[in-house]
Design a binder for this molecule. Structure first.
Ligand SMILES: *Cc1c(COP(=O)(O)O)cnc(C)c1O
Length: 411
């Protein structure tokens, strides 16, 4: 049967992502992979969670094993409101401002459904988080991308592009600006306070929403937490997406949409058609966990672990890359990633062929360009490999860079 004739336009457009294809190679023996984007399983509080899981299934079975509301667990909402107040200084909200989702990924997909039509425009960052890209692409809308710098989105470019769209009479098609403010995936960059304020000013000037995707905010290694755009601009303008994936365990699949209650209502309606509700079981486990333990205390060892690996990777860059002219990297103050940019002319996807031979893996920047264009950059995750593998991997990567550079006459 010719399935293509049966598929929808969307069905025909769905393709396997570059990352999925590339990560197949990373599991060969002796490979060192900086490609993974997932937390270290040793950081999951498995003993605490398994005890709580047994308790809630025994004692709260009529709730946790039943269908629940689309909005999600009120006990978890209580805990979330508490965290938002205590950690982010966000207050004045109640449970009508929160909906739980099956991971933040679902919130991104619902945002696409709620806001984007084919003729819509979304302002996104370049590099662009792949999960958001695949969610928004399902709506066939257009992207206008803004490049990232060490301190986040280039706000001059943002201003210029918005002005152009306004002059062309297209500003009404622009629905939102999508930003990852802290320890960006893939770029590791953190949006400075001045730029946060400038993005808000521009969103106010052109009357745009902001979607603030913040999975990593709590994983800060040093320095002060910066105020979220949500706190700075208020819930009328900003939809805050949060998740327990990077601070507790991604397998729980718990994300949260925090927004004006009218927008939360709309997300609830969109979610009903998707999955009726997210599992009450994992939400209640998380709620009891947060009741019983101090999250900040619990994630302190995780932060220490990731920080020490960040230090090892950056030190290895300084040691092995310093004689490669024009190479740059982002120094991440938190999260899981750094972003290495090679001199002009390098194509990290093409270079991957050599990396395969030398058994070191990264994610080529092309996986994150909004228009699938070539890239001299690569995402490097430091959270999974042990310290000595990080050093060995950076050494191998240097050989890869030199071999490719010589072959292409770039160095
Ligand atoms: C990991 C991540 C998410 C969270 O995904 P979940 O679906 O909650 O596991 C969202 N946004 C970004 C930028 C991420 O890196």
């Amino acid at each position: 049967m010719n399935y293509e004739l049966k598929y929808s336009k969307l069905g025909n457009n769905l393709k396997s992502s570059l990352i999925r294809e590339l990560l197949k190679y990373a599991s060969v023996p002796n490979a060192i992979s900086f490609g993974g984007g997932v937390p270290d399983p040793e950081t999951f509080p498995r003993h605490e969670l398994s005890k709580i899981a047994a308790e809630v299934i025994e004692n709260e079975y009529s709730y946790v094993l039943q269908y629940s509301t689309t909005e999600g667990d009120l006990e978890l909402a209580k805990q979330m409101l508490n965290l938002l107040d205590k950690i982010y200084g966000i207050n004045g909200l109640d449970e009508t401002n929160i909906m739980f989702t099956t991971g933040s990924q679902q919130a991104l997909e619902l945002a696409g459904k709620v806001f984007l039509d084919e003729e819509s425009i979304a302002i996104v960052e370049n590099p662009f988080y792949l999960g958001a890209a695949s969610a928004f692409r399902m709506r066939f809308s257009k992207f206008v991308s803004v490049s990232l710098e060490d301190d986040g989105m280039n706000v001059e470019v943002l201003e210029k592009k918005l002005k152009e769209l306004d002059e062309k009479g297209e500003i009404k098609k622009v629905k939102f600006i999508y930003v990852i403010p802290n320890f960006h995936n893939p770029a590791g960059a953190t949006l400075s306070l001045e730029k946060r304020k400038r993005i808000i000013e521009l969103a106010e000037k052109y009357d745009l929403l902001i979607i603030e995707d913040d999975p990593y905010g709590l994983l800060r290694f040093e320095g002060e937490h910066l105020p979220s755009l949500f706190k700075l601009a208020g819930k009328e303008r900003v939809i805050l997406l949060n998740t327990f994936s990077k601070i507790l365990a991604p397998g729980l699949r718990i994300g949260a949409v925090i927004a004006d209650k009218e927008i939360v209502r709309k997300f609830v309606l969109a979610k009903q058609g998707t999955d009726l509700c997210s599992p009450a079981l994992t939400q209640r486990i998380a709620a009891r966990y947060l009741e019983r333990y101090d999250l900040i205390e619990q994630i302190t060892p995780t932060i220490k672990l990731y920080k020490s690996k960040r230090d090892t990777m950056i030190k290895a860059f300084e040691e092995y890359f310093s004689d490669i002219k024009g190479i740059k990297w982002i120094y991440p103050s938190g999260g899981l990633f750094t972003w290495v940019t090679l001199p002009e002319g390098f194509d990290t996807l093409e270079m991957f062929e050599i990396a395969k031979k030398k058994l070191v893996f990264y994610i080529p920047g092309q996986a994150f360009t909004p228009d699938d264009s070539k890239s001299p950059s690569m995402r490097m995750s430091f959270c999974l490999p042990p310290h000595e593998k990080i050093i060995e991997g950076v050494k191998r990567l240097k050989e890869v860079i030199l071999e490719y550079g010589r072959n292409e006459g770039l160095i």
